[in-house]
Design a protein around this ligand. Structure first.
Ligand SMILES: NC(=O)c1ccc[n+]([C@@H]2O[C@H](COP(=O)([O-])OP(=O)(O)OC[C@H]3O[C@@H](n4cnc5c(N)ncnc54)[C@H](OP(=O)(O)O)[C@@H]3O)[C@@H](O)[C@H]2O)c1
Length: 272
């Protein structure tokens, strides 16, 4: 019979990529509250230490590990560090992602393609592979891939990002299919617009008043009337990381305030 304890992450070791801020930080803090030991990883160690300190101050257990996840040797080093410290990975959240510049399909350059694909797809794929090998040995695990509604509906000026996020959705399905018999569940969370540094960076050249106007204009485009916040993603992440989702794999949870259901989501310049 169902019990609320199914949502507990007590005794689990979770790795959250891009855990230093935004959606990843909210997930890391949520996982720690649910009982997990959380490893947060990204490129900037100071930001990671800050997140780890917040988790510890709230009574949780956390480790900050610096890694550029678009680089294969750093992915290997991350996995080695977690295994040396904890000897297992029960949960992997592939949340780190980037869209460092905008360009039309006529102007996008190879360097932009490589930067986005190396992090959003290649790094995600091979970190998942490394974690899945460990999970198989240990009898199971959970992988959660953070895609985007742009992976369903291409966004003008961020085509490469949109393509990468469509790829993330397929990585989820491919891994879920092959790993189902090893008790490893792999699922996607696809956020819509969420107020983080990623979203704010697209308004960085605006004055505070112009930025406020842009935020309000974006709010109006969203059927639920507001841009989301990182905490809007945490409940789904805890569910997909916990034993409550043990028969759920290869699926997608869209968290977007109904943006995908709205006909007019083509405002350029906001990669979501
Ligand atoms: N915000 C939205 O509206 C939205 C909508 C849909 C999907 N998403 C997706 O949600 C995820 C999180 O986005 P966010 O909005 O929270 O973004 P964010 O605030 O920009 O955070 C991105 C995180 O990824 C890390 N990161 C970036 N490049 C990295 C690299 N090469 N190696 C390792 N870590 C790296 C960053 O830390 P460092 O700088 O320290 O590396 C940071 O922790 C992304 O996959 C994004 O595509 C966001």
């Amino acid at each position: 019979m169902f019990d609320l304890s199914w949502f507990s992450l007590e005794g689990k070791v979770a790795v959250v990529t891009g855990g230093s801020r935004g959606i990843g930080q909210a997930i890391a803090q949520g996982f720690a509250k649910a009982g997990a030991t959380v490893v947060v990883t990204s490129r900037k160690i100071d930001d990671l230490e800050e997140t780890a300190s917040r988790i510890k101050a709230a009574g949780g257990e956390a480790l900050a590990v610096q890694a550029h996840l678009g680089k294969m040797p750093e992915i290997a080093r991350l996995v080695d560090t977690v295994m040396e410290r904890y000897g297992r990975i029960d949960i992997l959240v592939n949340n780190a992602g980037a869209s460092p510049a905008m360009a039309s399909v006529l102007d996008a350059e190879e360097r932009l393609w490589d930067t986005i694909m190396n992090l959003n797809m290649k790094g995600l794929y091979f970190l998942s592979q490394a974690a899945a090998r460990i999970m198989k040995e240990k009898g199971g695990g959970k992988i959660i891939n953070v895609a985007s509604i742009d992976g369903f509906h291409p966004e003008r000026t961020v085509s490469i990002y949109s393509i990468s996020k469509a790829g993330v959705r397929m990585i989820t399905k491919a891994f879920a299919s092959e790993l189902a018999s090893f008790n490893i569940q792999v699922n996607t969370i696809a956020p819509g617009p969420i107020r983080t540094k990623m979203m704010d960076s697209h308004w960085h050249d605006l004055s505070p008043e112009e930025k406020e106007k842009a935020v309000k204009a974006t709010d109006r485009l969203i059927p639920m009337g507001r841009i989301g916040v990182p905490d809007d993603i945490v409940g789904a992440a805890v569910y997909l990381a916990s034993s409550a989702s043990n028969y759920t794999t290869g699926t997608e949870i869209v968290i977007d305030g109904a943006v995908l259901l709205a006909p007019l989501i083509d405002a350029p310049g906001v990669p979501i």
